[in-house]
Write a protein that binds this ligand. Structure first.
Ligand code: FES
Length: 341
């Protein structure tokens, strides 16, 4: 039994404030128990969301001492052990409009769910048989099936702060779950890839915050990477994201680094921007490198190392066309031809 101060964010009639309650904690008490205690004994006007009380419905997500948690699954003691041992600050999730006190508006995200049509569109099963999902396949989307739509991932997402067309990590977790399901129609999978591209999947900056804070230990950022890979495999290689990836792969393979100067050209075909930048630098006497200076023999050695590292079958799949073009530029430069464009 310990007496602590609990500071709770309040929003009523457009007025924001914090109210502080003095509470005596009990053993095993969760943040949700604490909120119910305040509501039932100290302040009946306090509003928050909760339903299942068992980490299943996702409705009780909020912020405690600055970090998003599920109130029903988080013990007060665990939080106090981590920080100032007698203080709790409870606030609504970041990134959402606050309706009242700890309740945020999730309607926009419900719209995303509808737009993504996150349900299985089943192929016809083999004649006189039903689909069997083998354990190996179920493992591929076991974690994704655990998503409870608590929207914690959206509240910490760096991309959502800047980019509203980005659907939010949860949408891609669910999408991935259906993309790898062997029962789903192929045309629906293709449609899901297109929906993901239109929902700005390439703008995720891979900050990994969604992975760090997901209460169900799902890794949305990794699912986003997997869907991106599927879009490329399906031939969607002309999106700016895919072209950027191709720039990274080709330049890092060729020279060990990316080439910021050529990035706009490779991604947006914006040769004018590159030219203007080069001329600007020349006019102002600023030295720029268009192609990095590599030591003699680097290109041959690099190919040898890569061949040793990559299994034979895989190396045949690498598209060397662009890489060889970069190699040519570098070789010209090494021979002293400064006009290596
Ligand atoms: S109340 Fe349902 S997840 Fe917490």
């Amino acid at each position: 039994m310990k007496t602590i101060k609990v500071k709770v964010f309040r929003k009523q009639d457009e007025i924001h404030r914090y109210d502080t309650y003095t509470v005596t904690c009990k053993k095993g008490q969760t943040i949700l128990d604490l909120l119910f205690h305040i509501k039932e004994n100290l302040d009946e006007t306090l509003s928050f969301r909760a339903f299942c009380r068992s980490g299943i419905c996702g409705s009780c997500a909020l912020k405690v001492n600055g970090h998003p948690v599920l109130a029903c699954r988080t013990q007060v003691k665990t939080i106090l052990d981590k920080g100032p041992s007698n203080k709790l600050i409870i606030e609504p999730l970041d990134g959402f409009k606050i309706i009242k006190d700890l309740i945020v508006d999730i309607e926009g995200k419900q719209e995303v769910l509808k737009r993504f049509e996150l349900w299985l569109e089943e192929k016809k099963p083999p004649k006189n048989k039903e689909f069997k999902v083998l354990r190996e396949e179920a493992k591929k989307y076991g974690k994704e099936t655990d998503c409870i739509l608590c929207l914690t991932c959206c509240s910490v997402c760096e991309t959502l702060k800047e980019n509203t067309p980005f659907a939010g990590p949860f949408a891609f977790v669910r999408t991935y779950r259906f993309i790898v399901d062997s029962r789903e129609k192929d045309e629906k999978k293709k449609e899901r890839l297109e929906t993901s591209i239109n929902a700005s999947i390439w703008s995720c900056v891979q900050c990994q915050k969604c992975v760090a804070f997901c209460p169900k230990e799902i890794a949305p950022a990794q699912d986003i990477q997997k869907i991106r890979k599927e879009t490329i495999k399906a031939g969607y290689t002309e999106t700016p994201g895919a072209r950027k990836l191709s720039h990274y792969l080709n330049w890092v393979y060729a020279t060990g680094q990316i080439n910021r100067l050529y990035l706009p050209l490779d991604v947006y075909d914006n040769e004018k921007a590159v030219r203007e930048f080069i001329n600007f630098c020349k006019e102002h006497g600023v030295k720029i490198w268009e192609i990095p200076h590599l030591p003699d023999g680097f290109l041959a050695l690099r190919d040898l190392i890569v061949r040793a590292l990559i299994k034979d079958g895989d190396i045949e799949n690498i598209d060397f066309k662009k890489i060889r073009k970069i190699d040519e530029k570098i070789e010209k430069l090494l021979k002293g031809d400064s006009k290596c464009e």
